[in-house]
Ligand binder design. Sequence first.
Ligand SMILES: [Cu+2]
Length: 165
Amino acid sequence: MSIDTMTAEGKVQAGARRWGGWKWVGIVAGAIALLLITAAGLWMWMSYVPADLDYATTRLSNGGAYRVSYEPRHGPIAVNQIHAWTIHVETADGQPIEGATIAVDGDMPQHGHGLPTEPQVTQDLGGGDYLVEGLKFHMPGWWVVDYTITAGGQTDTVRFNLLLN
Ligand SMILES: [Cu+2]
């Protein structure tokens, strides 16, 4: 049937079919674009690192009770290697704290996952020094490590930022 012999209604239906085909192309292209934008956004979010992060290895705890510093025991921290830190705990005015109870925690703030291991303070080395064993960072990027320190009935948490590559 040629277009001339179609009823007006038939022409409208044929037109709708043609546009119907293009509509699907539009929907698929839109879906692909949305997927790409989502993936790009997710990637940007997961690799985002605040510009003003403090990477100091000596920091005051959140409540100001303790000054804490750390040092990896075997040189620079490599991704995916179990390693140990020595941390030093003192009061804000510099008196070493011995006999503290210290819990270790850590995570990647942008990834929603924590540490792959359960590091622990395994030894009170005296003079405010403590041995932390079992640390491992299994991805490059921004990590935080928190020490929650309890001494003399006072609990406070200190946070260290690390950027690994
Ligand atoms: Cu991660």
